[in-house]
Design a protein around this ligand. Structure first.
Ligand SMILES: Nc1ncnc2c1ncn2[C@@H]1O[C@H](COP(=O)(O)OP(=O)(O)OP(=O)(O)O)[C@@H](O)[C@H]1O
Length: 266
């Protein structure tokens, strides 16, 4: 079966004036099957976000390619414009939803605007779809008339997911999307993402430094260090029996139950 996403030999260099370029990503290859969930883990600066930006076409790779499965077009739908086609391939959800929400717009206005841009011409149809989307992300209808500052962190992240879903993408890139949430809210959003993945047949690329979250949300994972993939495989196998010393280090850095901070001497 054709994968939903195939990344081949991706490389990204950033020029440095008067010096060697920074190689942010090098020789990165992986596939994600349709409906699959792949996590990208690694410490800060390992190239995770650069990979995501290349996949979303926010940046151009220096070399290599990013291939998506053809988005299915609904019966009777007109030929998709290149813009709509791209939006249907991939949408991104970031750590800080506040930054991507317009403080002057209500939730309904923000989502209706996206629907309008993407060709939903009838106002009544837009209203119907907004209510449907609110329901999908577990928000009560009244939240539709709220502005972002009235919402909790968890609600805002649900709105960010709702905006991403409005264009019916096949792939969602979640870049540290639950990292800023309190643990109990984080668990609720993880459950929502798991439910949505199943109900909507979504494919996830889940970027996170939190190995506990990665274990819950992904089937497979890649471990990145200094821009390259040092280990990849089924998430459970990689986290339970890492073969690369760097993966082992990442796992060892996670506090376990009973862990007590100690002062290092010397
Ligand atoms: N626009 C840019 N110009 C120059 N260097 C960049 C640029 N964006 C990223 N880099 C560099 O590329 C490397 C990878 O950065 P990237 O943000 O992809 O890592 P990351 O794993 O996502 O880290 P974090 O978890 O902190 O976001 C880093 O050395 C970073 O400094």
């Amino acid at each position: 079966m054709q994968p939903q996403l195939e990344v081949r030999d991706l490389r990204k260099e950033y020029p440095v004036r008067g010096g060697e370029p920074i190689v942010a990503v090098e020789s990165v290859s992986f596939t994600v099957p349709s409906g699959g969930s792949l996590a990208v883990v690694g410490e800060s600066g390992s190239g995770k976000t650069t990979c995501a930006r290349l996949i979303c076409r926010l940046e151009q790779p220096t070399s290599g390619s990013v291939l998506f499965a053809e988005p299915p077009s609904a019966a009777g739908e007109r030929e998709l414009s290149p813009r709509l086609r791209r939006a249907r391939e991939v949408q991104m959800v970031f750590q800080d939803p506040y930054a991507s929400l317009d403080p002057r717009q209500t939730v309904t206005e923000a989502v209706a605007e996206i629907l309008k841009v993407h060709g939903v011409a009838s106002k009544a149809e837009r209203a119907r779809r907004v209510n449907d989307l609110l329901d999908k992300v577990g928000l009560p209808e009244r939240v539709g008339s709220s502005k972002p500052r009235r919402l909790s962190g968890g609600q805002r992240q649900r709105v960010a997911i709702m905006k991403a879903l409005a264009v019916q993408p096949r792939l969602l890139i979640l870049d540290e999307a639950v990292s800023a949430l309190d643990v109990s809210v984080q668990a609720q959003v993880i459950n929502l993402l798991a439910d949505l993945r199943e109900a909507e047949g979504l494919t996830y690329l889940f970027i996170s430094h939190d190995l506990g979250v990665v274990r819950q949300i992904s089937d497979t994972c890649i471990v990145m260090r200094h821009g390259v993939v040092v280990e990849q495989g089924a998430t459970e196998e990689v986290l339970d029996s890492p073969t690369d010393p760097y993966t082992q280090q990442l796992i060892d850095a996670v506090p376990r139950p009973g862990w007590k901070p100690r002062v290092r001497s010397g």
